[in-house]
Design a protein around this ligand. Structure first.
Ligand code: ADE
Length: 344
């Protein structure tokens, strides 16, 4: 769907640095990284140990909702290891082993291969990756037809960084081949405040601390959202208050974007309103909700639901999604009177 969603945690063109006025906001070094302290410590130790042994770092599996820093970490690890940018691909692009051969044979010693949405890689590609990950070797078919021969050839030792929004969809054999498997959690408001302050400085945007705190609390625990809100309200600050981000300007800008006090946007509210009105608060199946709303099921599962679950606005039950009293209160809708169980 073409609608732009400012609080979408998925990467969008406006997140990418384009000119001097739009600098990169993602940290480049481990010491610049804010939040996720346990993960950062694990990576710091693994990088240092690998460097001492002159080996690539062990493979890393990062899971968690979009926008929390999985790609950023791949860039940072690659930079810490041999300085080459990571080679980036994604699960849906890897349908057959041949899709991987070129990438794997071109890797240099210590390179990082980043596979986003690794849970969507085909089964045969997954199995093809195992010997590459374990022994740094791959099978290549030479010739074709009656003369076809399989040759096992070595590749350079490398680090695979897999990213997934669905931990549950990674097979046991795949998961066991990663030395580090870590789930990224939503960031605390305190960490988001640090991130927003750092970004405001990089953007040369003078800002009241109360405005930055407000951005932090409306960013759904997601640095990418905080940075996007900041870039967006910057224009507002220029036009309305001589370039300074005040609390007042921030309130006006976010109201115009339809972002409410909790950081919910029109799509989140439509999801809740559909659940409340069309399904009497649920339980409702995700397919049914997606069809009623005219949205992709994946969009709802990856970017709408995780945050609503996190703030306790919906519950997942065996029969489907169910809205909680907190969500009714936030939307200002009356909760329907509980029906008695009609089983008997
Ligand atoms: N920008 C985006 N994510 C960040 C993080 N975790 N630390 C510092 N700056 C960031």
């Amino acid at each position: 769907m073409a609608r732009e969603r400012i609080i979408s945690a998925n990467e969008q063109p406006q997140d990418l640095p384009q000119e001097a006025a739009n600098p990169a906001l993602r940290p480049r070094k481990l010491h610049e990284y804010i939040g996720q302290p346990e993960l950062i410590e694990r990576i710091r130790i693994a990088v240092e140990a690998a460097k001492k042994r002159s080996e690539p770092m062990e493979h890393v599996l990062l899971s968690g909702p979009p926008g929390l820093g999985k790609t950023t970490l791949a860039h940072i690890i690659a930079d810490e290891m041999n300085g080459n940018p990571p080679k980036i691909t994604s699960g849906p692009a890897l349908v057959k082993p041949a899709d991987l051969v070129g990438i794997l044979t071109n890797l240099k010693h210590g390179d990082v291969l980043f596979i986003d949405e690794i849970h969507r890689m085909s089964h045969i590609v997954e199995e093809y990756l195992y010997p590459a990950m374990e022994n740094y070797s791959i099978d290549v078919v030479m010739d074709s037809g009656a003369h076809a021969q399989v040759m096992n050839i070595p590749i350079q030792p490398f680090t695979l960084i897999g990213a997934t929004t669905r931990t549950g969809l990674i097979s046991g054999p795949m998961r066991s081949r990663f030395g580090i498997a870590h789930h990224l959690n939503y960031y605390s408001p305190a960490d988001l405040l640090k991130i927003a302050s750092r970004s405001a400085e990089l953007l040369k945007l003078p800002a009241d601390s109360s405005a930055l705190l407000e951005i932090a609390s409306r960013s759904r625990g997601t640095p990418r959202v905080a940075n996007r809100l900041l870039r967006r309200v910057r224009d507002f600050a220029v036009v309305r208050s001589h370039g300074k981000l005040t609390h007042d300007v921030l309130e006006q800008a976010l109201a115009l974007e339809g972002i409410d006090s909790l950081g919910l946007d029109p799509l989140d509210r439509r999801f809740l309103a559909t659940l409340a009105r069309d399904y009497e608060g649920g339980p409702a199946g995700i397919e049914a909700l997606a069809a009623t709303m005219g949205e992709e099921r994946d969009t709802l599962e990856d970017v709408v639901e995780p945050f609503l679950l996190q703030i306790g606005f919906i519950r997942r039950t065996p029969k489907g999604r169910q809205m909680t009293s907190a969500a009714y209160a936030h939307l200002g809708i009356d909760k329907p009177v509980e029906k008695p169980d009609t089983l008997f």
